[in-house]
Design a protein around this ligand. Sequence first.
Ligand code: IPM
Ligand code: MN
Length: 370
Amino acid sequence: MATHKLLLLPGDGIGPEVMAEVKRLIDWVNGQGIAKFETESGLVGGSSYDADKVSITDATMALAQASDAVIFGAVGGPKWADVPYEARPEAGLLRLRKDMALFANLRPAICYPALAESSSLKKDVVEGLDIMIVRELTGGVYFGEPKTITDLGNGQKRAIDTQVYDTYEIERISRVAFELARKRRNKMTSMEKHNVMKSGVLWKEVVTQVHAREYKDVQLEHQLADSGAMQLVRQPKQFDVIVTDNLFGDILSDIAAMLTGSLGMLPSASLGEVDQKTRKRKALYEPVHGSAPDIAGKGLANPVAMLTSFGMALRYSFDMGELADKLDQAIATVLAKGIRTGDIKSEGSTVVSTSQMGEAILKEVQALYA
Ligand code: IPM
Ligand code: MN
């Protein structure tokens, strides 16, 4: 049996608590001989800053590069509000994305039947929702240069961020999205603001060309990102795959998360290009929720997004769709039984802690293997 090398980076806030539930699952999977995962752990974000004065060390970066997949918790918190900009917790995550060339960020928003009532939107708007947001992750305004604040010397400062996209970046992310659409409901919506931004003009042009050249069988639609945001809360089920840039993707995926009932429900996969020789791709899996410092250390966090992020690793890095399906099924059963963390509680549900939720889910997975 192949050994899969995982680097676990729990990070800050609720990161370590939700990661413990993934660890519980991994230990069981190893114990059963279903797969062989070899895990190492490292520091990232504020916890790395506290230990080493950087948001991620070169040594941890090397471990990440050598791993088959990085499983990432969350970074950030008020404790590090005043650390130098270069060493802020988020910089560790951004370095991982950039240095590992993880350009494709997949954020599936699925509304479990039992949670249709937990969304802030009406039940019939979100019931059965299943959309995939494909966010470009290594370009755009997150990384564009110049990125500066200059003192103008007259009591004024000037801040510059640069939104920049090259053709190849738009081509490769749209291919990932078109491929996913083909395996789903065959519809793709591209979101940008070509009415205001040059990068939006090029984005729309390139997506249109890739479609005409390679993916004519997929239904393609363009929406302006602002109106797309509105449509996401008005009629989210019109969407199948949404492809968009780094910044719009950040914002639109937080909106999509709430459609599923809670930010604690949305996983993500960040993938690099498939290596032509090894057929493998670099990958990092992380929940979309942040470090939630307000509830950290209290056992209140919802571990589902962290667990389903590991589920995405099973699918996209290890070809273990069967275990991933069982994990999804186990989560659906636990939710249907009314076992909930506080963020997704509803009338008549049993509110449990992070570890009780993890235990309940593992128990259902075990039952599916019994
Ligand atoms: C996300 C997060 C990150 C981002 C932060 C932590 C840098 O919000 O993954 O959505 O803005 O990309
Ligand atoms: Mn975000």
